[in-house]
Write a protein that binds this ligand. Structure first.
Ligand code: ATP
Length: 332
């Protein structure tokens, strides 16, 4: 299999006054060339920190403790900040939920987009402007010529996000990290942006690491999925497997996520099951399986020992002592 990115047993920690926060605690996942890996999980599960570790864009108190991040065969953990400067925006780009945090309010769209080209390519200002205009057209910004002269605050949220996508894709990166890029947008604009990203992925062959807490978005975007909980991947498989009702294996946490969303074929009046309890505090993680205190199938073993992420069938791994759905009985 041709993997563009392979993360293996990554541990990313933060030093805080109260102790070491193990935000990413042994994460492994892979992104195939030209495909989208969706990372899903509740707030605080380590989705963003695992992605920011790839770019080495961690807060000052954060560090990669151990593990490997192989991108095109090169271990990024060992790369210097100087090497990373060449890789960021050129080979790997990122778009965030709130484009205003990445766009500079005092420069026009043209200046900011040109800057991306001028930083990474040896071209003139005029050529950069020409490419910037082409890129705004590629992300379907109407009246792109006049938008070039505008400042970020003059654009709507959806338009700003399109500009961000244009900036992120300007240098044709092999990998685009999209961290909840549509969460702040209303649903029709969200659908347009997702559609646009899928189109650009098909046209340019860009791989995407798509972070979201929304399984509906995963269904729309992902070829494969990694479900994260408490800084670990608890299940990884093809996207269609996770949505198949008759799949033989699953992690109880994934099962909980699936039953907590409404589906078109859910009979009217059916109660949706929320996962009981809440995500444990990262400084006070349970001893055995991190999900055990909230899991209706947990046994004494789950409270004491930690399961490993193990392959249960081709392309499908689950971190659970009881991955087979058949025969699993609620103990709570
Ligand atoms: N600078 C920091 N110092 C201490 N802890 C941090 C720091 N940055 C992140 N964390 C902690 O790391 C954990 C993982 O955070 P992360 O942002 O990756 O979660 P997430 O799954 O992306 O959630 P969300 O959807 O809310 O962004 C959280 O418990 C968070 O509080």
């Amino acid at each position: 299999m041709d993997y563009l990115l392979e993360i293996d047993d990554l541990h990313t920690y933060f030093k805080t006054k109260k102790g070491t926060v193990k935000a990413v605690n042994g994460v492994s996942y892979r992104v195939e060339a030209g495909k989208t890996l969706g990372i899903v999980g509740e707030s605080g599960s380590g989705k963003s920190v695992s992605a920011m570790s790839i770019l080495k864009l961690l807060d000052g108190n954060g560090y990669i403790d151990s593990g490997e991040i192989k991108f095109k065969g090169r271990n990024l953990v060992e790369c210097s900040q100087n090497d990373m400067y060449q890789i960021r925006g050129n080979e790997i780009s990122v778009i965030f939920q709130e484009p205003m945090t990445s766009l500079n309010p005092v420069y026009t769209i043209e200046k900011q987009l040109n800057e991306v080209y001028l930083t990474h390519q040896k071209i003139s200002k005029e050529e950069a402007s020409k490419k910037s205009l082409e890129m705004l057209n590629a992300v379907k910004i109407p009246n792109a010529k006049s938008i070039m002269k505008q400042y970020p605050h003059q654009l709507s949220g959806g338009m700003r996000q399109r500009v961000m996508i244009a900036m992120a894709l300007a240098c044709e990166p092999s990998l685009l990290i999209a961290d909840e890029p549509t969460t702040a947008l209303d649903v029709t604009i969200q659908a347009q942006i997702l559609h646009l990203m899928n189109e650009l992925k098909r046209e340019k062959g860009t791989s995407i690491l798509f972070i979201t807490h929304d399984l509906g978005v995963i269904n729309e975007m992902a070829d494969s999925v990694a479900v994260m909980y408490c800084g670990q991947v608890v299940e990884m498989c093809d996207a269609h497997t996770i949505f198949a009702r008759d799949n033989e294996y699953s992690h109880p946490y994934t099962e909980g996520l699936m039953t907590s969303i409404p589906r078109l074929d859910t009979p009217v009046g059916t109660r949706l099951d929320a996962i009981p309890g809440s995500v444990p505090h990262p400084l006070d993680l349970p001893k055995g399986c991190k999900f055990a205190p909230r899991c209706k199938y947990a046994t004494a073993k789950c409270m004491e020992e930690e399961p490993k992420l193990e392959e249960v069938e081709g392309n499908h791994s689950v971190r659970c002592f009881y991955p087979e759905k058949e025969g699993r009985h609620a103990t709570k």
